[in-house]
Structures are given as structure tokens and as C-alpha cells.
Design a binder for this molecule. Structure first.
Ligand code: B12
Length: 437
């Protein structure tokens, strides 16, 4: 059989907001520049897909945020990935390669939720996880009979412990500050604004602990100084597995970031162990500090029930030496003009290490989008605006301009010199207690 030349591409992303003042602030503030530098990198998708490709083929990866695409490269097949905001660029790339006679396939979150749209630009769409569909597609492609659609739903469930090592070596030349590694798939919460369940289904699964450790060793071999970010939506759901994972991490000196729900705060011994084994920043989706807003996110009120305990939970996590990076959304139903100060005050009062605030965005595939579509509240489906820094909806109490400017007010407050100083003092004290105790 032929050796195919395959080029996998992550299209460039529109990172920021359309608001000039916001962009100027982001690009001008030292603190924000540092955050944006770390809020970067290549997701684990393309290294994973490359790892699933039979060895006889020649695969390369181009991350357009770091490299220029060579449209005249002699390739047989192009594979695209992309979040929603990358989709318009993905389609431009696809159109250009197809004009030159190259076959184009696309997978990832956007193509999964909108396969019909993607098929207007690409030859084949692979929806959901790639472990079954990509090898099948390649076999059909070699056989000269590729289908237009491959859907994981038509294949057996994927066992994460059998996934080959992702090919991080293919992007070794890029100087990433953070390298994303995936250990688990799925999230039990299924919040209405998040479409991740469309890719992974509801079942929560994980790779074997030693398999994750092998990936970390590989990553650290390639990028000695890069931080490891876990690409998992909710990493610490299965506590027994987490302890096995930490056993493996004992021998690997590295620091890492992860994302979890706030209930991790209820496990002090685990927090201590996580810090000992390198966890330094925990990304937590608080979403809102308004009870009514939180009540609309999960049918079982999961987040609403925890609001009162948010401050003590933050203190427990940060007291264990793990900085909380809190994520908040403005533009939820109950928000009024006071929401910006409420979020800034909450973040400042609790000395949250980092704060991310985004605007409620109806990503395709989410329950939220269906709800807002029915209410005719979506004003733009220009996917380039779907960075979560732009307002693309109408709101009962807030205008788009108010939201975009309010976002900036929050950032200016939580990253002001005064707050940075106060937080530095808080962490100095917390670490002193940690070392002393
Ligand atoms: C790491 C990550 C990032 C990183 C790196 C992003 C990047 N450039 O790739 C950073 C921090 C930069 C980031 C930023 C943003 N992110 Co982000 N991010 C993630 C996260 C947590 C993990 C992605 C990952 O590595 N997954 C591991 C890989 C292995 O899984 P996978 O991507 O699903 O790939 C599998 C399949 O989808 C499929 N597949 C994927 N691509 C392809 C391609 C082919 C050819 C094939 C065959 C198959 C295939 O095969 C893979 C294996 O089965 C996801 C959440 C998630 N659960 O995926 C959010 C997620 C992708 N991010 C999201 C968003 C919204 C953003 C932002 C736009 C907003 C924001 N402010 O946070 C920014 C934009 C920044 C930018 N410039 O691009 C949303 C996307 C929603 C959407 N429809 O667009 C997600 C899904 C989070 C969520 N729960 O809603 N992100």
C-alpha cells in the first residue's frame, strides 16, 4: 500500500475581542501579556490524531499560530481541526488546498457539531473522537473509496488506555510555554453553555496512570521548560485513579495546571498531595456569583448549591499551595450593570490568583444555543467573533457595548497594581504557613 503524505493543520485563531480599547489593554498590560503568552499553545488533538496514523504514512503538523502554511507542499491529504472561532480560517485553508487538488478532511469540536456546514468546504468530516474513525478513513482513502462522513457514534466505545502515544515530536520546533496533555475525557456536569459532551459523550473515562506518566516524560524530553496543562474538563472525578496517577508523578519532577470543579476543595489530603506532586494552578469554572444564574446552568443545581461555600473552598485550595484561576461569565440571565463590580469584588476579596472573565457565548452544539435561538436572541453567527470576548447575543438588561466595556473594567480592577500587591502579600503569607505547618 502507498505511503501517504499527510499534513495536519490547526488553523490560526482570532484570540481577542473586537473592542479596540480591550485589545489595547490586553496588548499593553504586562500582566495580561504574560497571561496571553501562557494562554496559548496547541491542544492535544493533532498530536493524538498523528499518533493514530499507521507508521508507514508520513505525517506532519502545522500550527498556524506558530508557523506559516505551505500550500504548495506535496501532500496527498490535509486534516484540519478547529474550535468554532477557528472554523472560518479552516474553511479558507480547505478551499485553497482543494483548489490545488488536495483531498481535505476535518475533525474536532466545530466540525463535530456542524458537519453539514463543514462539508461545504471539506471532502470528509469525522465527528467525535478519532480513535476508530481516522484509521478507518485512512484505509478507505488508500482504497480509493473514502466516505464523506465518519461518526464515532457508529463505532465501538473507545478505551483510552489503548491510545498510542501522541506525536508531540512533530511540533518539537515550536517554543510552547504550555504543552497540553489529555488524561481523561468527559465531565459529569454537562453545563448548558458547554458543548464538550458532544465530542466525548457523558461517560467519564481516563487513560492508565502509567500511560499518562509516559506522555509527560515524552513532553518534558522535548520541552524541558514548558509547563504541562492538562486538557481535561474535570480531571479529579475518579479519586482512586488520581492517587494512582500521583504515585506515578512522584518520580517526575514537573509542575502542572489542571481544571476541575470546586468540589476538589472538600478533599484536603488530596490537595496536599496534588501540591506535593506539582499541581500549581487549578482552573475552576465559578461562572457567576449570582444564585439565580447558577441555578440555570445545571438541572440538578450543582453549582448553585455550592455558591455559599465558594470563599471557603477557594481558601482551602489556595491554602494548600495551589493557585485558583477562576473563570466567570458575564451576560447570564440575571446579570445587570452591577455584575462587573460583583465579579471584580468577589475575585479581589478572595485573593483569587487569576481571573478569566468571558461573555456568555452560544457555541453551536450547546443547550444554551438552542434556548437563545428559540428566543431569537443570537445576533451574530460570524464564527470569528466566537472567542467568548465578544457579545453575540441580546440580553434583557445589558447591551453588547456594556458587556464588552464591563469586561475590561473587571480586568483593570483584578489586575490593578493595588490588587497585584495585595494578592502577592496573601500568597506570601499562605506559603509561609504552608512551609511552617
Ligand atoms: C487546551 C484547550 C485550549 C488551549 C489550546 C487551544 C488550541 N489552540 O488547540 C487554549 C488555552 C489556548 C484554549 C483557548 C481557548 N479555548 Co479552549 N480548550 C482546550 C481544551 C481544554 C482541551 C483541548 C484538547 O487538547 N483536547 C484534547 C484532544 C485530544 O481532544 P479533542 O480536541 O477533542 O480531539 C479529539 C476529537 O475532537 C478529534 N479531533 C480533533 N481534531 C481533529 C482533527 C482531525 C483531522 C480528526 C480526524 C479528528 C480530530 O480527535 C481527537 C481524539 O479523539 C478544550 C476542552 C476539551 N474538552 O476539548 C477547550 C475548548 C476546545 N476551548 C474552547 C474555547 C471556547 C476556547 C477559547 C475560544 C475561549 C476562551 N477564552 O477560553 C480560547 C481561544 C484561544 C485561541 N486563540 O484559540 C471550547 C471550544 C468550543 C467551541 N465550539 O469553539 C472548548 C471545547 C471548551 C469548552 N468546554 O467549551 N483552549
Amino acid at each position: 500500500m502507498a505511503n501517504l503524505k499527510i499534513l495536519l493543520i490547526s488553523p490560526g485563531g482570532a484570540f481577542l475581542s473586537r473592542n479596540d480599547e480591550f485589545r489595547t489593554y490586553m496588548e499593553g498590560s504586562r500582566e495580561m501579556k504574560t497571561i496571553l503568552h501562557y494562554w496559548n499553545g496547541l491542544g492535544a488533538a493533532l498530536p493524538t490524531v498523528a499518533g493514530l496514523t499507521p507508521d508507514r504514512h508520513i505525517v506532519s503538523i502545522c500550527d498556524e499560530n506558530y508557523e506559516t502554511i505551505d500550500f504548495s507542499a506535496p501532500v496527498d491529504l490535509v486534516g484540519l481541526t478547529g474550535m468554532t472561532q477557528q472554523a472560518p480560517r479552516a474553511y479558507e485553508i480547505a478551499d485553497e488546498f482543494r483548489r490545488r487538488g488536495v483531498y481535505v478532511a476535518m475533525g474536532g469540536i466545530h466540525a463535530t457539531v456542524l458537519p453539514v456546514e463543514a462539508l461545504e468546504h471539506v471532502d470528509t468530516v469525522l465527528t467525535g473522537e478519532a480513535e476508530n474513525t481516522w484509521p478507518q478513513f485512512l484505509a478507505d482513502f488508500e482504497g480509493g473509496k473514502p466516505l464523506h462522513r465518519y461518526d464515532q457514534k457508529n463505532y465501538p466505545d473507545i478505551n483510552l488506555s489503548t491510545i498510542p502515544l501522541p506525536r508531540y515530536d512533530l511540533v518539537a520546533a515550536n517554543n510552547y510555554p504550555v504543552v497540553w496533555v489529555q488524561a481523561t475525557r468527559g465531565c459529569p456536569l454537562d453545563c448548558d453553555f458547554c458543548a464538550a459532551t458532544r465530542i466525548y459523550g457523558a461517560a467519564y473515562r481516563h487513560k492508565d496512570a502509567d500511560q499518562v506518566a509516559r506522555e509527560i516524560v515524552e513532553v518534558k524530553k522535548i520541552w524541558k521548560h514548558a509547563q504541562v496543562g492538562f486538557a481535561d474538563d474535570n480531571m479529579f472525578v475518579n479519586k482512586k485513579w488520581v492517587h494512582n496517577l500521583l504515585d506515578q508523578f512522584e518520580d517526575i519532577p514537573f509542575t502542572w495546571y489542571a481544571q476541575s470543579d470546586i468540589s476538589l476543595a472538600e478533599h484536603p489530603d488530596l490537595l496536599t498531595r496534588l501540591h506535593r506532586n506539582g499541581l500549581r494552578i487549578l482552573f475552576v469554572g465559578f461562572e457567576s456569583v449570582n444564585h439565580e444564574n447558577l441555578a440555570t446552568i445545571n438541572q440538578n443545581q450543582w453549582k448553585a448549591r455550592r455558591l455559599e461555600r465558594y470563599p471557603e473552598s477557594i481558601a482551602a485550595i489556595q491554602g494548600a499551595g495551589i493557585g485558583v484561576y477562576g473563570s466567570f461569565i458575564v451576560g447570564m440571565e440575571e446579570d445587570t450593570t452591577t455584575v462587573f463590580d460583583e465579579i471584580a469584588d468577589f475575585s479581589n476579596a478572595n485573593s483569587i490568583m487569576g481571573t478569566q472573565v468571558t461573555i456568555l457565548t452560544p457555541f453551536p452544539g450547546s443547550v444554551l444555543r438552542n434556548r437563545l435561538e428559540e428566543a431569537r436572541r443570537i445576533v451574530s453567527s460570524d464564527w470569528r467573533l466566537y472567542t467568548a470576548w465578544n457579545c453575540v447575543i441580546t440580553h434583557p438588561h445589558l447591551s453588547a457595548q456594556e458587556m464588552e466595556e464591563g469586561l475590561l473594567r473587571i480586568y483593570r480592577s483584578v489586575y490593578s497594581e493595588e490588587q497585584l500587591r495585595s494578592r502577592a502579600a496573601y500568597f506570601k503569607n499562605a506559603f509561609r504557613q504552608l512551609v511552617g505547618g
